[in-house]
Ligand binder design. Structure first.
Ligand SMILES: [Zn+2]
Length: 318
């Protein structure tokens, strides 16, 4: 049954999606108006399968997961099944609301097997009570993701191996505001498991996926992990460091919000130039980002550097 990894982009947007409910920025206005240059984006999540699409593992669970699964025939219960789902497990990369609120959406009939680092479990429980709330709807099997280089076999909630193998590695980013408000994240340098990237592969072999939807520091440690992957799905949140501040939307710049910008000599696109042999895609794209415009100069610049902009519904076989 084991086969090379299959991947589907469930949501390519960042928190708020595109358009965001209260936002009047140029991409949000265009998406809301149905401008074909700016397709709508749901919030940040991928699905991967290592058995040809029989069972799927979610990489983050966005608050849009209900519509992401409802609009995807492969996610339906099998024929003749009254209550069932091919969604076997969920792996969290951090505790951001756009990555974890979908856990509450998937509560009926027992949640998928949940994987996250100890600090991420602490954040979603102390800050939001997610695990306690889920437990009231049925047993939730959870497993702590190690960040010490160990490779983990991802199993469904009955303990059956899905064939998906994951190695998590800490990256420097930012804990979400709700967790920071509870005193979490500080004193750890925001490094030890608050945010992770994932190396994902199939037990059957094939190319390795690197999934890093949030990262601030583009350091040699990160480069070492990305060098092991053939397909990269990387943080495309902001084009410039002052994108949100220049619009007057916040006083916090991109790096303060835990994301390296795409542009500039210290930006993500320049950094991805170090991996020319890899297939390079952007995910977790904030609604303010000008790369949403398919005919824009920013999109042309990104693509001229060999980096592609992913989209909801994109499917790949690794
Ligand atoms: Zn917007």
């Amino acid at each position: 049954m084991a086969s090379p990894l299959r991947l589907r982009v469930l949501g390519s947007g960042a928190g708020g999606g595109l358009p965001q409910w209260n936002c009047g920025c140029p991409p949000c206005r265009a998406a809301r108006a149905g401008d074909p240059r700016v397709p709508c984006r749901t919030q940040s999540s991928l699905a991967v399968s290592a058995d040809g699409g029989v069972r799927w593992v979610l990489l983050n669970a966005s608050p849009d997961v209900r519509v992401q699964l409802a609009s995807w025939p492969a996610a339906a219960p099998g024929p003749g099944k009254l209550r069932a789902s091919p969604i076997a497990a969920t792996v969290l990369t951090n505790a951001d609301l756009d990555h974890c609120l979908g856990l509450l959406v998937l509560r009926e009939g027992g949640a998928p097997h949940l994987y996250g680092t100890a600090p991420v479990f602490e954040a979603i429980e102390v800050g939001l009570g997610v695990l306690t709330a889920l437990g009231a709807y049925g047993p939730t099997k959870s497993t702590v993701l190690p960040t010490d280089g160990a490779e983990l076999s991802i199993c469904d909630r009955d303990g059956v191996d899905t064939g998906v193998r994951i190695e998590a590695f800490s990256v420097a980013s930012k804990v979400p505001p709700y967790a920071a408000a509870r005193g979490l994240g500080r004193g750890r340098g925001e490094l030890e498991g608050d945010t992770v990237g994932l190396l994902v592969k199939s037990a059957a072999g094939g190319r390795v996926l690197a999934y890093v939807p949030g990262v601030r520091d583009l350091d040699e440690r990160l480069a070492g992990y990305l060098a092991r992957a053939g397909v990269l799905f990387i943080d495309g949140t902001f084009f410039t460091n002052d994108e949100m501040t220049a619009l007057g939307l916040t006083t916090r710049d991109a790096r303060t919000m835990g994301h390296a910008p795409l542009s500039g000599s210290a930006g993500i696109v320049e950094f991805l130039g170090r991996f020319p042999a890899a297939e390079r895609w952007l995910v977790h794209i904030n609604n303010t980002n000008p790369i949403h415009f398919s005919d824009g100069a920013e999109r042309a610049w990104v693509e001229s550097r060999g980096v592609r902009v992913s989209y909801d519904g994109l499917e790949l076989e690794l």
